[in-house]
Ligand binder design. Sequence first.
Ligand code: DGL
Length: 291
Amino acid sequence: MQDRFTSTPQIHSADIVRIGVFDSGVGGLTVLQEIYRQLPNESVLYFGDTARVPYGTRSAAEIIQFTRQTLDWMVSQGVKMAIVACNTSSALALETVRAEYDLPILGVILPGARAAALQGRRIGVIATPATVKSNAYLHAIQEANPTAQVWQVACPEFVPLIETNRINDPQTLAIAQEYIQPLLDQSIDTLIYGCTHYPHLEPVLRQFVPMSVKFINPAVAVVAAAAKELNVLGIQSHHPASPTQFVVSGNPSQFTQVATQWLPAVPLVHQIALPTAVVSKPIDIGQNPVT
Ligand code: DGL
């Protein structure tokens, strides 16, 4: 039987064409949840590059290559807009690849940074090693508010813990405390989830982060930006959404098992093969830096 995703006909009516959302894994579901809330008429093609997760310890060259491959595939599927629901791709690849596509492409960093700069003065960023190393949040926040102070922490263990459904392990709480205590020591008033996987950790983080520290989920702001863009371009959907189509590059049942907890129904997940990753050395980020 043909895969119903790869065999989807190219339909160019604005009313039924989908938004493409992609991440390395289940992180982009935090953006998908916001689409369900803010854009209930929009249909979505979701891609999780689970065969190559995590992205956050890879080189910029690999992240650019993976982002390009995914966007090429999404274009071949006829999406009307792409949301790069991955901070690592947004930080490392978006500027390089955006002009190659005749398609609106939104990333999560700028909307997230602007939302944080409106809310706080002492801002903590938790993100993947690659995103921290890029300083994308630091620059975007300081552009939005030059008086804001920013501290960043790389959290390389979070994504593997979330992808393997170990959020509620005691070990996850201990690791989270170790990562985030240096930010609390700086008396931050705002904490940005600089990786789309991290809002899934909120119940764990709220066990020790005081309520006075606001959490910023960039998914909220990027979907608001997408709503504006759809309106400006006149390509918003006026009909009820069709079911989200989920496609992964790795094991579909592993994705289904982890993703179901955040979705209204058990997703039907298909697998596609993207070109094999070129594995390079992990980037050098030092030990859990606070910058
Ligand atoms: N969820 C992604 C991000 O926002 C990717 C994390 C990873 O694969 O390391 O950065």
